[in-house]
Ligand binder design. Sequence first.
Ligand SMILES: NC(=O)c1ccc[n+]([C@@H]2O[C@H](COP(=O)([O-])OP(=O)(O)OC[C@H]3O[C@@H](n4cnc5c(N)ncnc54)[C@H](OP(=O)(O)O)[C@@H]3O)[C@@H](O)[C@H]2O)c1
Length: 270
Amino acid sequence: MKITFLGGGNMANALIGGLLNNGFPANEIAAIEIGAETRTRLERIFGIRCFAEPDAEALACDALVLAVKPQQMHAACLSLQPFLKQQLVISIAAGLRLADLSRWLGGHKRLVRTMPNTPALISSGVTGLYAMPDVSEAERLGAERIMHAVGSTLWVSEEKQIDTLTAISGSGPAYVFLFIEGLQQAAVELGFSPKQVRQLSIETLLGAAKLASISEDPASALRERVTSKGGTTEAALRVMIAHGFKEAIIAGAKAASERGAELGELLGKD
Ligand SMILES: NC(=O)c1ccc[n+]([C@@H]2O[C@H](COP(=O)([O-])OP(=O)(O)OC[C@H]3O[C@@H](n4cnc5c(N)ncnc54)[C@H](OP(=O)(O)O)[C@@H]3O)[C@@H](O)[C@H]2O)c1
């Protein structure tokens, strides 16, 4: 499968690195990237072919991954139109809807919309995928293989679920970072050194996440198991719950979902 990336920035780098690590041959990967320095870097680090702009050679691929910023996408899609054939097109752009991308690509219908998240940059992402009806089973597998290079994948059956998924896994790392900030501030106020604060907070989060990932039990059961009656955890949770800890996360995620729908409207206006 020959893959061309449109845009050779952060996310393309993560995907290309992941594909190469998974044994994908470098001579089957190309990138169209406007930045001369970025092109040189991609060629040097990954040994892939780079192009300054789209042409027939750059688009001689089975899958084209749209990896420019959402605001750059309209202009970028128009430049692809003359060279686009029947290849599979995969968008990783946040918020952009397939109907708008399809229109900008001259009515192209073999489109997959994906939503990776930031941990994809260290191959620990989770990516949601949605395919237009014209995408074949083999093409779906191809899209999945590409996104699997940066973490786990899951398909959704309706495009609007990509927006809702963005509110959970897309913005989710920021919710986790906010939690880490809170835990770290508490550790500082309780007298730990910066090195200890970092170790205690991050190792706790990693350990708890690992435990949740290997356990068959729901998070609530794991929480109950560490909450002895009259103990320290119970004292903490009582105060956190009284401050609306869980409700705040739920309300925040719903606000992200609503904002996602608004941004989709705005980004696809022209
Ligand atoms: N980073 C994340 O964690 C993350 C997570 C989920 C989804 N995404 C999505 O991934 C996409 C890429 O994000 P990113 O962080 O990788 O962006 P990025 O680092 O800015 O990469 C985009 C690259 O494409 C270049 N470019 C712009 N217009 C071009 C064109 N017409 N033809 C060829 N190259 C062009 C840019 O050059 P200039 O810098 O000169 O403009 C830049 O080097 C975005 O749509 C974003 O929504 C990112």
